[in-house]
Design a protein. Structure first.
Length: 390
């Protein structure tokens, strides 16, 4: 019987798993290397209604239309969607509010894990043993190295430059359609070899969340991912950590490559994020005594809101499998792994197809009619989950 679980990572996957285990009478200890609400890790998210309801995010903004825009801001295509826009900090805050009594240890980095018995090692507590150790420690997972040492992340050839800007601070040059992004719409600006995603978030400042997907060779990444303190990062640079020279370079690239109104948006945004886009699937999510969930198991390409959704689905199903009786734990985890791979892989492959298509050069989107978009979308949806188009 499982009585005590160690969870490496205290973001969405780790906190949600701790909560689900607690509801089933299983004690969890969560180790998080950062401190606070981790608000620096993300800006805005698009979530499906079941996820919003599960988290109790009453303030999320309902989105019913996805607009594909041309370079001048003209509407090229409209799609009906069922999404909810919410800030990352609200998601983390909602989870934090529900996990009172959980052993959550911040600024406590796990340096190593082991499997016989399941254990974690930290400088703060030394080596501690558990009935099961779960890696919920994201894209740079320490636990994944023990579960799937052959894992390799694949850089998809582009980065996401991201920003948040209050509605009152938006430049006057923006097209009128931007007003709908604070109502019931979101938008993708199709630029032929690049695209920009835009949507408004709830809150007093009504911030506009934007992501500019920019094709860059892998050789440019080391220079771009060195922070203001001279520390090299592999996966991302959160807001507030970019050197002034890097921000200036990105703004100059925006002036050169984006339509004037989008360049003005980038220039008016005070602080930028930077995230290279990677894809990758762990070949296995389970090893003796160890399990992977969320981004530790599968790198979610940021085009379909899959990261948080898949993390929550992983953890709910895992908590159910751990709490079951009858079959042995190894068999229960094996069934859980097979089910999650079946569910996750098509969604992640869909996201990769979509991103690469949006970033590929040679498309003159402005010459497309509704039938052209429908044919393209049907091809992108091939083998995708039933709810992917929503």
């Amino acid at each position: 019987m499982i009585e005590r679980v160690g969870i490496v990572g205290g973001s969405v996957a780790g906190l949600s798993l701790a909560l689900e285990l607690q509801r089933r009478g299983i004690a969890a200890r969560v180790y998080e290397r950062s401190a606070g609400l981790l608000a620096h890790q993300g800006a805005g998210l698009m979530l499906a209604r079941p996820i919003v309801e599960r988290l109790g995010l009453a303030g999320a903004r309902s989105v019913r239309r996805r607009l594909s825009l041309g370079p001048a801001g003209q509407v090229l295509w409209r799609q009906a969607v069922e999404k909810h826009a919410v800030g990352w900090s609200e998601v983390i805050g909602a989870l934090r509010a529900q996990v009172e009594g959980i052993g959550l240890y911040e600024q406590c980095s796990v340096s190593a894990v082991g499997a016989d018995p399941p254990r974690v090692h930290t400088a703060r507590f030394g080596t501690e043993t558990f009935d099961l150790v779960v890696g919920a420690d994201g894209i740079g997972s320490v636990v994944r190295a023990a579960v799937d040492p052959g894992f390799e992340a694949c850089y998809l050839g582009y980065v996401a430059v991201r920003g948040l800007i209050a509605r009152r601070q938006l430049p006057s040059a923006l097209p009128a359609v931007i007003d709908s992004l604070f109502d019931d719409a979101m938008a993708k600006v199709l630029l032929g070899g690049a695209h920009v995603t835009l949507y408004g978030l709830p809150g007093g400042d009504e911030p506009l969340n934007w992501m500019w997907y920019l094709n860059l060779p892998s050789g440019d990444l080391p220079g771009l991912l060195t922070d203001a303190q001279g520390i090299a990062h592999r996966w991302s640079l959160p807001a507030g950590t970019l050197p002034a020279a890097t921000e200036a370079r990105l703004r100059a690239m925006a002036d050169e490559r984006l339509p004037d109104w989008l360049a003005a948006l980038v220039d008016s945004t005070e602080t930028l994020f930077l995230q290279p886009v990677y894809a990758g699937f762990a070949q296995q999510m389970v090893a003796p005594g160890l399990v992977l969930v969320g981004d530790a198991a599968h790198l979610a390409v940021p085009h379909v809101g899959g990261g948080v959704t898949l993390a929550l689905q992983d953890t709910l199903a895992l908590a159910e499998a751990v709490a079951q009786t009858g079959a042995g734990l190894e068999e229960r985890l094996s069934r859980w792994e097979a089910a999650r791979l079946r569910a996750n892989t098509p969604r992640l492959e869909f996201a990769v197809r979509l991103g690469l298509s949006l970033q590929s050069k040679g498309k003159d989107w402005t010459g497309w009619g509704a039938a052209d978009f429908e044919r393209w979308w049907s091809h992108i949806l091939e083998d995708a989950p039933d709810d992917a188009s929503r």
